[in-house]
Design a protein around this ligand. Sequence first.
Ligand code: MN
Length: 190
Amino acid sequence: MIQQPFVVTFDPKTGFSDDAPKPISQRRLSNMRNMFLDEAARAAMEESENALVYEFFEMGIPDLATELAFGTSICYPGKVGEEFFMTKGHFHEVFDCAETYICLSGKGIMLMETPDGKWAAPVLTPGKMVYVPGGWAHRSVNIGSEPFVTFFNFRGDAGHDYATIEEKGYRKLVVERGGKVEIVDNPRWK
Ligand code: MN
């Protein structure tokens, strides 16, 4: 239980905080096996560069229902085949827990879907906030040329269920075709 108010500092553009726990969690192409449609392209990129796809940190708030976890997610620009760099995406373990994401910089999509087939893909730019309701899987996708930085906030005990997405994938993919951003069906979705 946190007994005292406290203040942390965030860079308003990069989202990085000197107060963030170290090391910051990082996900490289080697951590994203089978998450992009073009797995052969991903494997080749892992072999040559193994680029950093995204990183994130929470501020170490206790995982209690009475607390609010918060921190920053940074998804870097890039593509695997025609598919934009993205985070793994997750449901919350406490399924009905909502979350807010405020875009600090860059341009991205918060790709969301529910188990019964609803989906949403709002574009986020600095000054936009998305409310992710309970029961919606959520994934950040960078559709720009700069880091896509978001500040998030959720109930402290919400937890993360990555396994469902790792197993089933997302119904929709965000790809670039003919120089345009398109949302298309995922042919591998289970
Ligand atoms: Mn979440």
